[in-house]
Design a binder for this molecule. Structure first.
Ligand code: PLP
Length: 411
């Protein structure tokens, strides 16, 4: 996607539409969007309206209020499914990207993973897309294999012998690294995997809502994401699966609402998506999730993405002018999402985070739930700034000033 000039996108109305940021004004430069995004009015209103006007059990009541709640819930599902190019019934509401990944690991892969099989991940995976597979390999005697990285943080796809072997049962990888910001070449990997009958699960926690993501175009088997990383509420996520995979997959949670028939010793599940949504549905957050998608659409995701890319390039260029700085991942913002990890070699990242925080600049410092990547980089932690459409150059300038201050104090 080509970067548009800065004046094409005006971040001011977007910021004004996010009450927490609008109230904070210049006292807060929120650059921790990869951890969680701030919420626009439309999302807050959708949740509030739900409890004020629509609250009722979903798929359970025969009175008007309950039937309306069920319709709203299914409309939210349709909105989300359409947003990622999926059929409605292939979009399952979960609690998070983490839960979605665990559902695939336990419900789909565990029963079909044998001794000697391989699961491939990449060096840049978040613990959410690492631990479930590590545990499965340990339990089933399978091998955990890793696609390593090139010097610039991109995937080294030339040197992963055996990736598309018959023993590979799954390739599980992120679309965007939450540390390096790298955007991975998923279409190429999915096409090669499909040719060998290998399933691919995409962790899209950092990409859906920030760049176009279409499961039909990608031709992936599973894709997971979280509402709170795309301007929606906390505590709700989604899982997409191909029809064939969802038919094969067993539900993790058993209970009310997901069964067709229960007798004393046996039960018959409902078809997907219902069989994966046991218990009472989270209507308010589903409506908030759909409101986030409509908000993104209303502001034009392409324009927002171009703005974030240009801001990221500005941040990369500004950081590069500092003394004693190490930047991780590609220097070209076109190759990444709006995430920049760096270290000041003379100041510990936790001190960087604290000093920036004292100046109203909210960044993250730590291992970002990516310890295998940190080990490979030979570091324990980084500082990380991550951008959203409501950010602007002032936020980057405030970050750079806080880094100068950190170096003056601690360097
Ligand atoms: C790349 C990636 N995958 C998965 C997750 C887990 O998301 P959640 O905590 O919403 O389940 C995160 C969260 O930071 C992430 O950055």
């Amino acid at each position: 996607m080509k970067i548009k000039p800065f004046d094409v996108f005006d971040s001011a109305p977007v910021l004004a539409d996010v009450p927490l940021l609008a109230a904070a004004g210049e006292s807060l430069h929120y650059l921790d969007n990869a951890a969680t995004t701030q919420k626009p009015n439309a999302v807050i209103d959708a949740i509030s309206d739900c409890y004020r006007q629509h609250n009722a059990p979903v798929h359970r009541g025969l009175y008007d209020l309950a039937e309306n709640a069920s319709q709203l819930y299914e409309t939210a599902r349709r909105t989300l499914a359409k947003f990622i190019g999926a059929a409605s019934d292939q979009l399952i509401f979960t609690r998070s990207a983490t839960e979605s990944i665990n559902m695939v690991a336990q419900g789909w892969l565990r029963p079909r993973l044998n001794k000697g099989d391989q699961i491939w991940l990449t060096r840049m995976e978040h613990h959410a897309n690492y631990l479930p597979w590590q545990a499965l390999c340990r339990d089933n005697g399978a091998r955990l294999r890793i696609i390593e990285l090139n010097q610039d943080g991109t995937l080294d796809l030339e040197n992963c012998t055996g990736l598309y072997d018959a023993s590979t049962k799954l390739i599980a990888l992120t679309q965007v690294s939450n540390v390096l910001g790298v955007i991975n070449p998923l279409k190429e990997i999915c096409a090669k995997a499909a040719g060998q009958g290998i399933a691919v699960m995409i962790d899209a926690a950092q990409s859906v809502g920030h760049m176009p993501v279409d499961v039909t175009e990608l031709d992936c088997d599973f894709l997971v994401f979280s509402a709170h990383k795309m301007f929606g509420p906390n505590g709700i996520g989604a899982l997409y699966g191909k029809a064939e995979r969802l038919n094969q997959m067993e539900p993790l949670l058993l209970g009310g609402g997901m069964v067709d028939h229960v007798s004393q010793c046996d039960s018959i599940w409902m078809p997907y998506p219902t069989k994966f949504e046991a218990g009472s549905q989270n209507l308010a957050d589903a409506l908030g999730f759909a409101a986030a998608v409509n908000w993104i659409r209303q502001h034009d995701m392409h324009a927002m993405h171009a703005h974030v890319t240009e801001l990221t390039q500005y941040a990369l260029d500004s950081l590069a002018k500092l003394n004693n700085v190490e930047i991780y991942g590609p220097r070209d913002a076109e190759q990444r999402a709006g995430i920049v990890s760096f270290n000041l070699t003379d100041v510990h990242p936790h001190d960087v985070g604290q000093i920036a925080g004292e100046r109203g600049v909210a960044i993250r410092a730590g291992h970002h739930c990516c310890q295998p990547l940190m080990q490979q980089l030979g570091i324990a932690a980084t500082a990380r700034a991550s951008f959203a459409p409501y950010n602007n150059r002032n936020d980057v300038d405030a970050l750079i000033e806080s880094l100068h201050a950190a170096q003056a104090l601690m360097g």
